[in-house]
Design a protein around this ligand. Structure first.
Ligand code: ARG
Length: 570
């Protein structure tokens, strides 16, 4: 995938590429070690070695012609350091930010990415640990959408298998005792059945019998199962609403039931399916454990249904990538699945990838005591919301209470979401609610607060800048302002990298850096009134307001990529 280049980066790459006779997209445009050396750096060692690279850098400098975005070039060893035309760069970057076009919106045009994420099992609560996969998957989906990919967000509900037979068996026994049919009741029945099974192992066969009835389409079993599924979905949907998640496809494991005989048939004809202790399995290269597709009782398994689902998604969407955002614990399953698909002759198996993530533990002591008994995902959001409400009330007592409620909800959710996204995806995390909701740490609320602060500057100035009309960017003259602009210029590359690596944390860190740079600029005005954003000179004020508005737009768009709201005041 070619890196997205701003006109500034493109000019620098072109200057070197023309000399080297290579494509400018083959060159990496970085930053010199310090700002005094220049604004952009291109190394010549990618196409020349040792002394030749040094000579190449000098030759590029000798032939350099200043253009619309670059004013000077200096050689530093094998590097060419370029100096940007600040006024032209400010113009480009502020305009792109204000029109939300800093992100390369058409990079993914014509490509489809299917993302299977969340995908909980029905008849169980969305537990706290589901938050990580759900938020990571949603962010990856949003990032791809922003780049113009067609994204199919898939919820592959775990709605099939022997556990559902046990639940039906439990209902048969104790269903009459249930007054409100909800997940709590269903979960209670299941737990009770497992306990009874521990006493009386014969019950296992009863559970299996019910699953068999379900698989055979018995109307009583089907109807009950459908009710359990509906009740579960109602609870899941509430949480997805809270998070702003809209799935493009909700298709559970059960939907693939009709495809399974055909798949087993194909595997048998191909001579791939072999018998192992009564079960049917496929041996895979480099794997000690074969993949099991049919139990000795003749029932199918999770893996069989995943094969059917992958084939369905290929037929339906002809995806460029099919991503499974699922916890690291299922690595073996997805390795086996990919190998099996390849063995079955599905060449598109190479387009599938497991995107694993680490565990989330309940962190600090205080958090542990407060969340000790909390298992529900929506409870954690509620606790965060309450904490945030207190923080906001203290911080901004003038805020009307209706606004406080709305903002507390957005910021409470933002706090939990950000805490789950900010560490690298594969790292285990300790979730600590105190630091998640803090306004001055590396937190979601801190980013939301930075955004609200930009909005409040415009309010205070009584002047909202939405276009560059009448703005003279040559008036942006301080290094602090320039540092902000340079950060803004990094956005496109960060978004592309986050999509390629499926790493939302790249966006999290970028936004923290941007907020930090903005804060340095903004607080410089505390010591030196001439550096304030709202100064008397209307032209200077307008140029500064334009830069603050650009920061605001990038924070808003960036938080949007993470699935976090950006309220205007808090
Ligand atoms: N329902 C599974 C679980 O809760 C996750 C499903 C992941 N997606 C898939 N295609 N296997 O563990």
């Amino acid at each position: 995938m070619p890196r997205h280049l701003t006109p500034l980066h493109k000019a620098a790459a072109d200057a070197v590429a023309t000399f080297a006779g290579i494509a400018s997209t083959d060159l990496k445009v970085g930053s010199p070690p310090n700002a005094a050396m220049g604004d952009l750096a291109v190394g010549c060692h990618s196409f020349a070695k040792g002394a030749e690279a040094v000579a190449a850098a000098q030759a590029v400098v000798a032939s350099f012609q200043p253009g619309s975005y670059l004013t000077a070039a200096v050689a530093a060893g094998p590097f060419v350091n370029f100096r940007a035309d600040r006024a032209a760069t400010f113009r480009w970057v502020i305009d792109a930010a204000l029109t939300s076009s800093l992100i390369p919106r058409t990079l993914g045009t014509g490509q489809t990415v299917c993302i299977d994420y969340g995908s909980p099992n029905i008849s169980k609560h969305l537990a706290y640990h589901h938050v990580r996969g759900t938020t990571i998957g949603h962010a990856i989906a949003q990032i791809h959408r922003a780049l113009g990919y067609r994204v199919i967000g898939i919820n592959f509900l775990g709605d099939w298998g022997t556990t559902h037979g046990m639940l039906l068996a439990a209902w048969e026994r104790w269903g009459h005792e249930v007054t409100t049919l909800d997940i709590t009741a269903l979960n209670g029945l299941y737990v009770r059945f497992r306990a009874a099974m521990a006493e009386n192992p014969a019950l296992e066969a009863v559970g299996r019998g019910w699953f068999k009835r379900l698989e055979d389409g018995d109307p009583v079993a089907r109807e009950l199962w459908q009710r359990f599924r509906d009740v579960s979905w109602a609870e899941f949907a509430d949480v997805y609403d809270l998070l702003g998640i809209v799935y493009d496809e909700v298709r559970g494991e059960s939907a693939y039931e009709p495809d399974l005989p055909g798949i087993l048939q194909r595997l048998t004809s191909a001579g791939l399916l072999v018998e192992s202790e009564g079960a049917q399995v496929v041996e895979l290269e480099g794997e000690k454990t074969p993949i099991m597709l049919r139990t000795k009782d003749g029932t199918t398994l999770y893996a069989t249904r995943d094969v059917a689902a992958a084939e369905y998604h290929w037929r339906e969407y002809a995806f460029t990538r099919l991503l499974y955002v699922v916890d690291r614990g299922q690595a073996l399953h997805f390795r086996q699945l990919k190998k099996l698909l390849a063995k079955m002759g599905d060449e598109w198996a190479t387009r599938t990838a497991h995107v694993p993530y680490g565990l989330v533990r309940v962190g600090g002591k205080k958090t542990a005591t407060r969340l000790g008994n909390v298992v529900l995902m929506r409870e954690v959001f509620r606790i965060a919301e309450d904490d945030v409400r207190k923080v906001i009330a203290e911080h901004n007592p003038a805020l009307p209470s209706a606004t406080v409620d709305e903002v507390a909800r957005q910021v409470g959710i933002g706090a939990v979401v950000f805490a789950n996204l900010a560490p690298q995806r594969e790292k285990d995390i300790d979730f600590d609610i105190e630091s998640a909701v803090s306004l001055d740490g590396d937190s979601g609320p801190y980013l939301q607060y930075s955004h609200a602060r930009c909005a409040s500057i415009a309010r205070k100035a009584g002047e909202t800048v939405t276009t560059l009309d009448g703005v003279d960017t040559a008036l942006l003259a301080s290094d602090a302002e320039w540092a902000v602009a340079r950060k803004l210029l990094d956005l496109p590359d960060m978004v592309v990298r986050a999509a390629e690596a499926c790493e939302p944390h790249i966006i999290c860190h970028y936004l923290l850096d941007l907020a930090g740079e903005f804060s340095r600029w903004y607080t410089a005005g505390n010591g030196d009134p001439a550096q304030r954003v709202i100064v008397d000179n209307p032209a200077v004020r307008r140029a500064r307001l334009a830069l603050a508005a650009a920061v605001q737009a990038v924070l808003r768009d960036g938080l949007g990529l993470l699935g976090i709201a950006a309220p205007d005041q808090m």
